[in-house]
Design a binder for this molecule. Structure first.
Ligand SMILES: NC(=O)c1ccc[n+]([C@@H]2O[C@H](COP(=O)([O-])OP(=O)(O)OC[C@H]3O[C@@H](n4cnc5c(N)ncnc54)[C@H](OP(=O)(O)O)[C@@H]3O)[C@@H](O)[C@H]2O)c1
Length: 261
């Protein structure tokens, strides 16, 4: 009997983790995506897409599918999903492990203004017109409509539809990773004066932070949300060590309720 693992994904690490687990004959793995991007990256294990329907839905899913270990490898700003995972794990007794990258740490030369929310970021950018680079999710851009005086450069994976109701906005669609040299070019070409970003951590989107430091550009950084305290690792390798310990203790799903095979 194999262990059935459900990974809550949507990050590069969740994909890398799934790739490692796909080769492990002791487990069968499924990856869950929220369904936010139109053309999600190919995954090395079977994928399910869409919300579970809150904590109750996730509890039902874990139970019906006979999941023996749940891994929360969502983005550090996907706090709702992480809280739902913690609550569902507690209710079902399914062990929960979390893969969370560490945040970026301020380096000498960084001009960071740290704020609590997107709304606070709008205020921090200021009243005077500036060239602003927004690297936020599509759903988080709306608060900037109250500041139409700025000239925006907006980068997202999928097109921002409908576009913001501001007079000056230039849209770029692309998917990371983003190299520092390319970010320097982009910031320079658009005359960017301030970047608004999340402290995502990890290398894929660090290029803009390093580029901002090199060019002396201010970064308004939205602080991370509070996440539930669960057994966590910062890297795929460390998560696999935690998982080994769990595999030694968690019983695999019985054949009768084991539906991921
Ligand atoms: N937030 C970011 O900055 C960011 C950046 C990069 C990637 N992502 C990825 O994008 C997804 C959505 O992020 P978010 O910030 O919108 O999440 P969120 O606010 O924490 O979650 C909102 C709802 O979306 C559904 N959901 C979220 N992640 C899911 C997953 N992996 N599988 C199935 N359902 C999921 C759940 O719906 P139900 O309540 O119906 O179950 C959840 O309650 C996450 O998977 C995350 O890893 C987020």
């Amino acid at each position: 009997m194999r262990h059935s693992i459900l990974i809550l994904g949507g990050t590069a690490e969740s994909r890398a983790l799934a790739g490692r687990l796909a080769k492990d004959p002791r487990v069968v793995t499924e990856l869950s995506l929220a369904g936010r991007t139109r053309n999600p990256a190919e995954q090395p294990v079977p994928v399910r897409i869409g919300g579970f329907g809150g904590v109750d839905g996730l509890v039902q899913y874990l139970t019906e599918r006979g999941i023996s270990i749940l891994i929360d490898a969502t983005h550090p700003y996907a706090a709702q999903m992480s809280h739902h995972a913690a609550e569902a794990a507690e209710r079902t007794g399914v062990p929960l492990l979390s893969l969370r990258r560490s945040p970026w740490i301020r380096q000498l030369g960084d001009r960071w203004t740290e704020v609590e929310s997107v709304a606070a970021a709008v205020t921090a950018v200021g009243a005077d017109p500036r060239h602003v680079f927004l690297t936020l999710g599509r759903q988080e851009l709306l608060p900037f409509e109250v500041a139409p005086q700025h000239d925006y450069l907006i980068r997202s994976v999928d097109p921002v539809e409908p576009p913001l109701t501001v007079p000056h906005a230039h849209y770029v669609t692309s998917r990371g990773p983003f190299a520092q040299a390319d970010e320097v070019r982009l910031l320079t070409e658009h005359g960017v004066e301030v970047i608004v970003a999340k402290n995502s951590g990890g290398p894929a989107s660090y290029g803009k932070i390093a580029a901002a430091r090199a060019l002396g550009i201010e970064v308004v950084l939205i602080r991370r949300p509070d996440l539930p305290q669960v057994s966590s690792a910062e890297t795929v390798d460390d998560l696999l060590i935690l998982l080994e310990q769990r595999l030694a203790h968690a019983p695999p799903a019985s054949d009768s309720d084991f539906s991921l095979k």
